[in-house]
Design a protein around this ligand. Sequence first.
Ligand SMILES: [Zn+2]
Length: 281
Amino acid sequence: MIRLLLMTIALAGCGSRAQPNAMLHGEWSAPVAPFRVVGNIYYVGARNIASYLIATPEGHILIDTGTREMESVIRDNIARLGFSLADVKILLNSHAHYDHVQGHAAVVRASNALVLVMHEDAAAVRTGVDLSPLADEGWEPVRVDRELVDGDTVTLGDTTLTAIRAPGHTPGCTVWTTTAREPDRTYAVVFYGCMRPNNDVKLAGNTRFPHLVEETRETFRRMRALAPDIYLLNHPEDEFAGKQIALAEEVRPHPLADPAAWPKLLDEIEAEFEAQLKRQR
Ligand SMILES: [Zn+2]
């Protein structure tokens, strides 16, 4: 029950008018120490807004750039790990909401990284306007170098990520999957930032998004086909809570590795979605 409540709060904060945006620009964007999550995946984000660096010998991939306040957080965290923001070659995102793409323009200026976006979120990223059902605050327009479709792969060095289109939260919401390798084992990793539409979004009968309910349910079905050892959220404070020391010290068995956690998470979010739908009827 406590976990369900925490999840609800975390999602509500994801670009929602139900939460003051000041909180996302403020405490959620506050600096925290970076750490290696697993394999070549590093956490370089802020207190409760993620940015993940995937380091390869050919340069780096960055997933999400957070709010505008996180520009220095991400740059400094990458440097603290011994890497450089200038070596980011590919910039990806979970979805086109301000708390995940507002730093894109600054990262592109610092790195000249290629910006890859799922087709259905590309117009939003390019224009700086939140075109999702939420229609919240915008960001500086960003050039999009490649539009993705469901199932596309992105490879840099020894790492390949697969893009799964997961509409509902935004039309082009993207779940990224990859394999993280460590000397003793490999981990199936899912970057999950596409839970359900925000709380104040009209679900059934939404004239701008007439298929929102069906699309969201289809996304849940597709998510259940995944079997990650580790999932990583884009508002990860609750997921990391109590595990920061074990994560920082790279304790194994891995503190986040739990194949049973994924179906449980989906159960919780799907129940929240159905409750949201019921409340609106
Ligand atoms: Zn969002």
